[in-house]
Design a protein around this ligand. Sequence first.
Ligand SMILES: Nc1nc2c(c(=O)[nH]1)N[C@H]1C(S)=C(S)[C@@H](COP(=O)(O)O)O[C@H]1N2
Ligand SMILES: [Mo]
Length: 329
Amino acid sequence: MLIRRRRGWEIPESRATPEAAFLDRRRVLAAGLAGAGSLALGGFVFDRTPKDLPDFAEGDPSRGLYPAPRAMRYRLDREVTAERFPVTHNNFYEFGSSKNVWEPAQKMPTRPWEIRIDGMVEQERTVGIDDLLKVVTLEERLYRFRCVEAWAMAVPWTGFPMKALVEFAKPLASAKYVRMETFNRPEVSSGQRQSPWYPWPYVEGLTIEEATNDLTLMATGVYGKPMPRQNGAPLRLIVPWKYGFKSVKSIVRFSFTDQRPKSFWETIQASEYGFWANVNPKVPHPRWSQATEELIGTQGTRVPTQMFNGYGDFVAGLYKDREGEKLWM
Ligand SMILES: Nc1nc2c(c(=O)[nH]1)N[C@H]1C(S)=C(S)[C@@H](COP(=O)(O)O)O[C@H]1N2
Ligand SMILES: [Mo]
């Protein structure tokens, strides 16, 4: 293992995992370390980034579907982030609370991968990922992506509109929300084993209107290849106008419901991570500003955060009748 000075985009440990701050404190107490320890790395990080990226999609049976044609409608105001950053700088608590989870994530089997569709639907059903991929059309979209921790990237996701998944599921008219769940498998998830106090499984939710918005993508790949495990293989959500924690990874269940789902992060700390979580530069997180964001892979370049992460034309209408609700965090 190599210890070296952090690069510009690697914010110090104390700021790098604010989403984990509460739980880290609990873990320190639980371990009887009386508030010490967790910051011992100071300004240093362990670099687990390989020089040459491994073939993260080795053996993936869906390989032949990539690369998919790019949808030119989704334009960026910045360069696409170099591939090595988004595939080695991740948030995926199932494999630990640091950003260096790509290696442990390789332990996650992605086949067979069964997806349960249940709740307020015409007929509950289970579908395998490869059967689902046969009935949808993949496309590539360049999206900005903004983590609540004030770092951002620009990524070529491949996937299909979530609208197609909703049509496939045939929800009843009474369904108002879709609740999405990540796998719960402590035998493959070091995070679930080592941090049993987290409210596993990871859960997120959207209104049906959000889920069927043109922007909302079920992502199955990135950089013209099947999705690496650390980015949420084989199926994850991408909602680019919301903070990144809404974009739940490695989904195994979609439940249609008339009750607003309570997410993983909302269960942990509702005052900081709410249901709506739309990006807004003017509404600070209780512990830091959201006015600017650091572009990963650029030696610390910061740019202004945009309202709805720059996607207001697509989504502002969704919230017209929701004034007074806590739409921004
Ligand atoms: N199941 C699951 N999904 C998750 C997370 C997680 O810890 N577990 N982290 C979220 C957060 S905070 C972010 S910023 C994005 C990161 O996605 P990336 O690693 O592909 O950049 O995934 C989101 N989806
Ligand atoms: Mo995040």
